[in-house]
Design a protein around this ligand. Structure first.
Ligand code: NAP
Length: 306
């Protein structure tokens, strides 16, 4: 079984690393804030003090950090993983970052004898916990075939998307859909509450019909329960929306819906909700509709609008 260096054990990385351990891999992990390696250590992983230490005996390096410069830092920076890893080591970046920076880093890694794939994921923290992520992969197809077994440990669906950076490009398209679906959920819950409808009924009905989405099934119940703890932080999502905006700029593509969602999350950030879950977009819509409460029991007692 290949030994894995897992860099970044945050909301997503920790449960993903635990699945690799359960599958029988030796996992050496690194996280900037060491306390966040606890779940991985409890599952049998070894916490290291630097990416370099984690990668020394690894066959595969997996990165699951925030943004492109963070991937660059843990791979190429001082005490970075590529400083100690033997040439030939497989690098799989599963973070969501810029396709252009991905191509650049892959080239630099390849020049030093490393093999590189981009493999961002979708499915949320719950997908990471249940090993049901959908993974989109960019890079040489033969490398993709080689990595498939490892990726299957964390996922329900793996798709080869094309040359290096293609996984990241598909991920940006995914983020548009995720944002728009969540906006639909927030608007439906807002209007429903204004009409005096039990928001739990809205979720139950729509989840089983044509208006359903991952956001309706997973985030709407949280909104109704007034639960805004993060599975995916607004601040991290806004990093993705910045990448979407950059890609739109580079390709002269108008994306009015994605930009609207970005502005709503920006308002949530301005109100101090940046570290809450993306479902806190609902708070912005509720405020615009002069709905103060977020719990269904209170919502049903709100006055109906004519
Ligand atoms: P997170 O909980 O913030 O985890 C990111 C981890 O990266 C943190 O543990 C952080 O360390 C570490 N990190 C960031 N910058 C670093 C640096 N420069 N050097 C070393 N470590 C660094 O975020 P997450 O939700 O797990 O997201 C991780 C990646 O997955 C992101 O690219 C995100 O867009 C993507 N993603 C997330 C979801 C989701 O639902 N959460 C779904 C799909 C994809 P500290 O603990 O010290 O801050």
């Amino acid at each position: 079984m290949p030994t894995i260096a897992f860099l970044g054990t945050g909301l997503m990385g920790a449960p993903m690393a635990v699945h690799l351990l359960k599958a029988g891999h030796k996992v050496l992990c690194f996280n900037r804030t060491k306390a966040k390696t606890q779940a991985v250590v409890e599952a049998g992983g070894i916490a290291c003090d630097s990416p370099s230490e984690a990668a020394r005996e690894a066959d595969i390096i997996i990165t699951m950090v925030t943004d492109g410069p963070d991937v660059e830092q843990v791979l190429f920076g001082i005490n970075g993983a590529l400083g100690s890893a033997p040439p030939g080591t497989f690098v799989i970046d599963m973070s969501t970052i810029s396709p252009a920076l991905t191509r650049d880093m892959a080239l630099r890694a390849q020049e030093r004898g490393f093999r590189y794939l981009d493999a961002p994921v979708t499915g949320g923290q719950i997908g990471a916990q249940n090993a049901t992520l959908s993974i989109m992969v960019g890079g040489e197809q033969s490398l993709f075939e080689e990595a498939r077994l490892i990726l299957e440990t964390m996922s329900a669906k793996i798709t080869y998307c094309g040359p290096i950076g293609s996984g990241q490009s598909v991920k940006l398209c995914n983020q548009i859909c995720g944002a728009m679906n969540l906006l639909g959920v927030c608007e439906a819950l807002t209007l429903g509450r204004k009409m005096g409808i039990d928001p739990n009924a809205i979720v139950e009905v729509i989840s089983a019909g044509a208006g359903s989405s991952w956001a309706m099934q997973n985030l709407a119940p949280k909104i109704n329960a007034g639960d805004f703890t993060p599975g995916f932080m607004i601040d991290t999502q806004q990093k993705d929306m910045r990448l979407v905006a950059q890609a739109a700029e580079e390709t002269q593509t108008a994306l009015p819906g994605a930009m609207l969602a970005t502005q709503l999350w920006r308002s949530a950030q301005a109100h101090g909700c940046g570290e809450e879950g993306i479902q806190a977009m609902a708070k912005v819509l509720f405020q615009m509709a002069e709905l103060s409460s977020t719990s269904p029991s209170e919502a049903t007692s709100e006055p109906k609008t004519p």
